[in-house]
Design a binder for this molecule. Structure first.
Ligand SMILES: Cc1cc2nc3c(=O)[nH]c(=O)nc-3n(C[C@H](O)[C@H](O)[C@H](O)COP(=O)(O)OP(=O)(O)OC[C@H]3O[C@@H](n4cnc5c(N)ncnc54)[C@H](O)[C@@H]3O)c2cc1C
Length: 305
């Protein structure tokens, strides 16, 4: 049963539900004055910066054991494994999981690029996703991740990309509890004469411990003749909501890699990626950084013997 741990009148009251249904009931009862907290690393920065007010009640979900499991595997209809990552799994646990690094290497690289160990040992994957600008997002978008929510009535799935768009328009999702992030199987089997490109880059003003200027995740399959068989591209960075670059994907897929295709791809990124600029890096600088990262990776594939 939920316990009231904190009674100091000026501090928020901290509730510790033991399961997801109880957490959702608390949220329904407390309304806007009750806020879910996982690692609290992001909420803390909002309170300190004054961009969010300290609520009267915190619903601490870090003790819900079913949400902490780094991965659960289930067989899909094609006899492949679907991977479910608990929303309260720590970034450090996700980073160190060998199944994730083998099958979803972009996510492992993303984890290595987030903050420092002290933060990664507190922060959760769910909190990173729900920040809407977290560095895990470009990798998860490329893997076409699904979100498993609990809305107080029951659990349901929603594509991550769909939620990102929905979250721009309304805040209804803030009443829901994110239970897990679901990843479909990735076909990693070696295909004769085909090359796999899986890269994740985060470029900041310094190498580590700095917000991203541009973050790029690429997952592609290229034939020996340099035809692009499959191409998924996602970009984000700073306060920009990450997204797939569908126009560039369409241009690239089925085409043969050559210098003119790289030029077209560069132009497409500039036209379709509209990052949020700030005093440190303008929109145009971020666009060019993302376009250069993508094109340079494709250029490297062109050079392969
Ligand atoms: C020094 C520092 C450096 C950082 N560097 C980076 C960085 O490099 N890259 C990066 O992406 N982020 C960075 N962050 C931001 C943050 O640490 C991460 O985004 C982290 O993953 C947030 O997870 P959390 O568990 O701490 O979230 P919390 O702070 O607990 O919650 C964040 C938001 O998500 C909601 N929430 C959390 N879990 C759930 C859930 N399961 N269901 C419903 N709502 C939920 C909360 O209500 C809140 O609105 C940094 C933070 C700090 C303090």
């Amino acid at each position: 049963m939920a316990m009231n741990k904190q009674t100091k009148p000026e501090s928020p009251i901290v509730w510790q539900p033991s399961n997801a249904a109880e957490a959702c009931t608390l949220k329904q009862q407390l309304g806007e004055d009750g806020v879910f907290v996982a690692g609290g690393t992001l909420l803390r920065t909002w309170w300190e910066a004054g961009t969010a007010r300290m609520p009267g009640h915190l619903i601490d979900i870090s003790g819900i054991s079913s949400m902490q499991t780094p991965i659960t595997l289930a067989s899909s209809s094609h006899d492949r494994q679907i991977c479910q990552i608990g929303a309260a799994a720590l970034l450090s646990e996700v980073r160190n999981d060998s199944y994730i690094s083998t099958h979803y290497s972009l996510l492992t690289t993303a984890m290595k690029n987030i903050a420092a160990p002290s933060i990664r040992n507190l922060a959760t994957l769910g909190g990173n996703v729900l920040s809407r600008v977290g560095d895990a997002l470009p990798a998860l978008i490329v893997y076409e991740a699904m979100l498993l929510w609990h809305d107080g009535q029951g659990a349901f799935e929603q594509p991550l990309a769909e939620w990102l768009l929905e979250a721009q328009a309304n805040h209804a999702w803030k009443n829901r509890l994110l239970l897990a992030i679901i990843l479909s199987p990735v076909d990693l089997s070696k295909q004769e004469g085909k090359y796999r490109l899986d890269v994740y880059h985060k470029v900041g003003r310094r190498e580590v411990f700095t917000p991203s200027i541009a973050t790029v995740a690429i997952s592609a399959v290229v034939s020996a003749e340099r035809h692009i068989v499959d191409m998924r591209l996602a970009v984000g960075g700073g306060q920009t909501m990450p997204k797939r670059l569908e126009h560039a994907e369409r241009l690239l897929k089925g085409s043969k890699l050559d210098h003119s295709l790289l030029q077209t791809c560069y132009t497409s990124v500039l036209e379709h990626f509209h990052p949020v600029g700030d005093v440190f890096a303008s929109e145009s600088y971020r666009q060019k950084t993302a376009a250069n990262l993508i094109v340079s990776e494709l250029w490297k594939v062109m050079q392969l013997k």
